[in-house]
Design a protein. Structure first.
Length: 368
């Protein structure tokens, strides 16, 4: 798998992607594998069936294809498999408006850092790092075994979490332009922010401390409405994926973020190989199904034969029972008339030879 495209996701698009993937919660991880290009594939058993969750350096999505895994991956995916195999996904959440996704399991956390080169970090519930896919270090944090995991600092506050009063105060203290100050203060996509400025006809170049209270409130309210709204569709615009209008022409449109990532991040060669694998798997599945079908048909024929034999035996027993019942009734009638044992035997056997010996005193009756 080579030349996969890199698609940028805004933090709002990531929020909507997580909403799409919420059905994975309470699903069980069945396998973790490394793909040929270094991405990882996680098989999750959900109420909707088995799903292949693909983890890339800057995104995650449910693949519509059977992607080829390495024959002997080892390494980090093997470690993840050791800790996550047959484990339930308790929750799946985005951290605030950051490009960070946290998977919670019973005893561990799997943290996806979907920025720069990307990383996957496995931690215990006390935030102690068990292993990071890539060792990294900054002045304020280190991604290394046995180190305490620290989330990277957010680039601004989540627009949904900001208050009008605090926003106005920060604008008044900022020495940049109105637009530049908003980029500093709020953790939002510049393209989305620019769209809001244009929609509200706000002056981007004016000084931040000159923005009026009404302008600040209108801008924050518009952003919060956008970030609180569900995704309508996914739009590819200049190499980035959005789930809201940004006031520029769309290159492509998709029904969901996952469907967009399937179409955009996997090249044609990968799709063809995956489709071939899917076809082979389907043929193998159909072959297995036919074998199982024949085995069930043979089993049913055997059961039907057994049932027929049992029915015939039952009918024979029923006939014998009725015959015996009639014989006992005939003996009782003969005894009631005062006939001797010999006379009763002779009378019954004259019609059909049934009795060999009979003794009333000993309650004995032997049939032929």
């Amino acid at each position: 798998m080579e030349n996969e495209k890199t698609i940028q996701l805004s933090n709002l698009t990531l929020k909507h992607l997580v909403a799409e993937l919420k059905f994975l919660e309470n699903g069980f991880v069945n396998n973790v594998q490394t793909l040929e290009n270094g991405w990882m594939k996680m098989k999750v058993h959900t109420k909707q069936g088995d799903k292949n969750l693909v983890l890339t350096p800057n995104a995650l999505f449910i693949s519509n294809y059977s992607l080829q895994a390495k024959s002997s991956p080892g390494g980090f995916s093997a470690l993840l498999k050791k800790y996550l195999d047959n484990q339930r996904i308790i929750s799946l959440n985005q951290r605030s408006a950051d490009r960070i996704i946290v998977f919670e399991f019973m005893s561990v956390l799997m943290i996806l850092e979907l920025f720069a080169k990307g990383n996957v970090i496995l931690c215990d519930k006390e935030m102690k790092i068990i292993k990071a896919m890539r060792r990294e270090e900054w002045k304020d944090r280190k991604l290394e075994q046995n180190e305490e995991y620290k989330f990277p600092s957010s680039k601004g506050i989540n627009p949904v979490e900001e208050t009008p009063k605090a926003f106005e105060t920060k604008l008044a203290e900022n020495k940049k332009t109105f637009f530049g100050a908003c980029v500093d203060i709020l953790n939002t996509s510049p393209a989305i922010l620019e769209y809001v400025f244009d929609e509200l006809k706000l002056d981007k170049k004016k000084n931040a401390n000159e923005a009026t209270s009404t302008e600040a409130k209108k801008l924050l309210k518009k952003l919060q409405d956008i970030y609180n709204s569900p995704a309508k569709k996914a739009f590819l615009i200049e190499g980035a994926l959005y789930t809201t209008e940004i006031g520029v022409p769309k290159d492509k449109e998709f029904e969901s973020v996952s469907s967009a990532l399937n179409a955009l991040m996997l090249n044609e060669e990968v799709k063809e190989n995956a489709m071939a694998l899917t076809k082979e798997a389907k043929v193998e599945k159909e072959s297995k199904y036919e074998k199982e079908k024949r085995a069930k048909e043979n089993q049913m024929r055997g059961l039907e034969e057994q049932a027929k034999q049992a029915q015939e035996k039952g009918e024979q027993i029923y006939l014998k029972y009725n015959e015996l019942k009639e014989l006992v009734e005939a003996i009782k009638k003969g005894e009631a008339k005062g006939l001797s044992e010999k006379e009763i035997i002779e009378k019954i056997n004259s019609k059909k030879k049934l009795i060999k010996e009979m003794d009333f005193k000993k309650n004995k009756l032997i049939l032929l």
